[in-house]
Ligand binder design. Structure first.
Ligand code: PEP
Ligand code: MN
Length: 338
């Protein structure tokens, strides 16, 4: 349920309304816009008397929200959520690029890539320490050592780090990680999502291979319902009948998720395509569609990468792409002004 308040509500009336709502066992979430104050109610709103609410002096209108996601719903929070990670800003019309190797392989590798992507303009460093691999015989990541090396790269470059958690038992190791990634395969690991909801770290939540927008938003809701509102949504390609590309990038996810939700939306063109030559065109399409950021795999020697070398950009190619992204971002901002 959403309550739209009249302009400049009186403080005492607002406080009365808040206590009345809380007494109904429901939590109010207030968004103060330039002209309008909106109150989203989360909880069991079935027994709230809408007519009584409508008659209150400070209430302009009351609407029931049909969607099962509340905290993540744009109706509850009309303004864009902006997630701040040190100097990086994700959401609200900017363009934050996260770059780095699929997996951390050695100190030399992660530091070389981190320095290079930083010079090219990336705002955050990615690198997998715990890797979800289809085959148990494939490289599983350096695990604890991988996190330690990412922290070294962070110390060296100042770039905040993004890395994937695969299981709740790993959470303590993520104390100094800046953004915790929940991979496509864990999007509906509800116990994990609940625990991440108790942390205060930004969560990069990837869409599952075969999940709908609503299911993605319900997973975001799991995190937010437990108090953590810093969720970044990521479209990384879904399964379709097409086999030429690794997945199919669903570019509609950008405008659709932005209509449905106030959360930032970023695109992963690397896992979507599975081939380095597709990363530039898909990145530019994502920027044009209004994505708030990109997460791109970059390796110092893709041919020898332990994971996802085929889809990894070389450092010089990433540098070229960043220049194109900046040009496309300017064009997109100009188009938005129409
Ligand atoms: C990754 O980012 O390295 C990864 C495994 O991504 P996804 O969960 O999208 O497959
Ligand atoms: Mn990868």
């Amino acid at each position: 349920m959403v309550i739209i308040l009249k302009e400049n509500p009186e403080t005492s009336q607002l406080e009365n309304l808040i206590s009345w709502i809380k007494a109904q066992g429901v939590t109010p979430h207030i968004t103060q816009g330039m002209h309008q104050t909106i109150m989203g109610l989360v909880g069991d709103t079935a027994r709230i008397d809408i007519e009584l609410l409508q008659q209150m002096e400070i209430v302009e209108a009351v609407r029931r929200v049909q969607e099962p996601f509340k905290n993540a719903n744009r109706k509850f929070h009309p303004l864009d959520t902006v997630v701040k990670v040190k100097d990086a800003v994700i959401g609200g019309g900017g363009m934050a690029v996260i770059a780095g190797p699929c997996s951390v392989e050695s100190e030399e590798q992660i530091i070389t890539v981190a320095r290079s992507v930083k010079t090219s303009g990336a705002k955050l460093l990615r690198g997998g320490a715990f890797k979800p691999r289809t085959s148990p015989y494939a490289f599983q990541g350096l695990r604890e050592e991988g996190i330690r090396l990412l922290l070294e790269a962070k110390k060296d470059t100042g770039l905040p780090i993004v890395t994937e958690i695969m299981d709740l038992s790993q959470l303590d190791l993520f104390a100094d990680v800046d953004v915790i990634q929940v991979g496509a395969r864990n999007m509906q690991n509800f116990e994990l999502l609940k625990q991440l909801g108790h942390t205060n770290k930004p969560i990069l939540l990837k869409r599952g291979l075969a999940n709908t927008y609503q299911e993605l938003l319900m997973s975001a809701e799991y995190i937010m319902a437990f108090g953590n509102e810093n969720v970044i949504l990521c479209e990384r390609g879904i399964r379709t009948f097409e086999t030429y590309t690794r997945n199919t990038l669903d570019i509609s996810a950008v405008p659709a998720l932005k209509i449905l939700s106030h959360l930032p939306v970023i695109i992963d063109p690397s896992h979507a395509a599975g081939m380095a030559k597709f990363v530039a065109p898909l990145s530019l399409a994502a920027v044009a569609a209004g994505a708030d950021g990109l997460i791109i795999e970059v390796h110092n020697n893709p041919a020898c990468a332990k994971c996802d070398g085929m889809q990894s950009l070389t450092m010089p190619d990433f540098d070229k792409l960043m220049k194109k992204i900046n040009i496309m971002k300017e064009a997109q901002t100009a188009c938005n002004a129409f």
